[in-house]
Design a protein around this ligand. Structure first.
Ligand SMILES: NC(=O)C1=CN([C@@H]2O[C@H](COP(=O)(O)OP(=O)(O)OC[C@H]3O[C@@H](n4cnc5c(N)ncnc54)[C@H](O)[C@@H]3O)[C@@H](O)[C@H]2O)C=CC1
Ligand SMILES: O=C(O)[C@@H]1CCC=N1
Length: 258
């Protein structure tokens, strides 16, 4: 059992807590200044606290507050060199966090699918941290990247779930327009996205080969694919990703000027 504290139990912090509870390999302490946030996660963790000193005793301390609150939290958090501080905040550089703590700093870009242990995460570290590696492995898939690529990771796997939710909803709405029941359409759209993603992760075939495998000659799929290939969807998706990455770089600049 690795002791982990999650500081900030909002959307992301609570997803991490729920996912870790599912895996069962961590002793989790939840800390927040908002009592109602602690109440919402209480059944998924070993303890909740609003005492920062108690929160600071774990081997791994994850700071999951909004980027503009990170500095306040770091200033109240006394960690030692044998502890690890994990930062998840968009745009907050490792150097900034290092300047506020004696702990080893690991920067990750997680996502909301931590809740079901289906998280995609990118991690940047000077040296592999075994405690964080085990935590990430429990929550889904992760890749190691250089910190300079954190902005694009933030856009791809941090913001990415929202982009996929949007696409899923567009598929669902179109099916409802064609007459399908709303709930049935949601189940079919969501399971289709999940299955397609699993297929990409588990298959040796490229995405283009997989598209080809669904497109029967003179069948239905090719008719839809022709519409997508003729559309601006690929360019628009690229623009959405670029806009999110640009915002991550902007946030980082704010920290460099501090
Ligand atoms: N929401 C997402 O999908 C993702 C968020 N992140 C990062 O995670 C961080 C948190 O984002 P969200 O969970 O969406 O925000 P949120 O607003 O849902 O949650 C933040 C939590 O921090 C708490 N908080 C505020 N001040 C605090 C303090 N001084 N001490 C302790 N707790 C405090 C709030 O009460 C709240 O429960 C951000 O830095 C964001 O960039 C990263 C990847 C994905
Ligand atoms: O929108 C945001 O700023 C955070 C970071 C990545 C996902 N949510």
């Amino acid at each position: 059992m690795v002791d982990v504290t999650i500081i900030g139990c909002g959307n992301l912090g609570s997803a991490l807590i729920t996912g870790l509870a599912k895996a069962g390999n961590h002793d989790v302490t939840a800390y927040d200044i908002d009592e109602s946030a602690l109440e919402r996660v209480a059944s998924y963790c070993e303890r909740t606290t609003s005492d920062i000193e108690e929160a600071a005793t774990s081997e791994v301390v994850v700071v999951a507050v909004k980027p503009d609150i990170v500095e306040t939290v770091l200033e109240s958090l006394e960690l030692s060199a044998d502890q690890t501080l994990v930062t998840v905040a968009a745009g907050v550089p490792i150097d900034f966090v290092n300047a506020h703590t004696d702990a080893t700093v690991v920067r990750i870009m997680p996502n909301l699918a931590a809740e079901t242990a289906d998280m995609a995460a990118a991690v940047a570290w000077d040296e592999v941290d075994e405690g964080v590696r085990a935590l990430l492995a429990d929550l889904g898939e992760f890749v190691e990247i250089d910190e300079e690529h954190m902005d694009v990771a933030t856009a791809l796997n941090g913001s990415g779930p929202a982009f996929v939710f949007y696409f899923l909803q567009a598929m669902k709405r179109a099916a409802v327009e064609e007459g399908l029941d709303d709930e049935d359409a949601e189940v079919l759209a969501a399971q289709t996205v999940k299955g397609a993603a699993e297929t990409v992760l588990r298959s040796d075939r490229s995405v283009d080969e997989l598209i080809d495998a669904v497109c029967s000659p003179n069948g239905t799929t090719i008719e839809g694919m022709e519409v997508l290939w003729d559309s601006d969807l690929e360019a628009e998706t690229g623009d959405a990703l670029a806009a999110a990455a640009r915002r991550s770089r902007e946030l980082a600049e704010e920290f460099e000027h501090d």
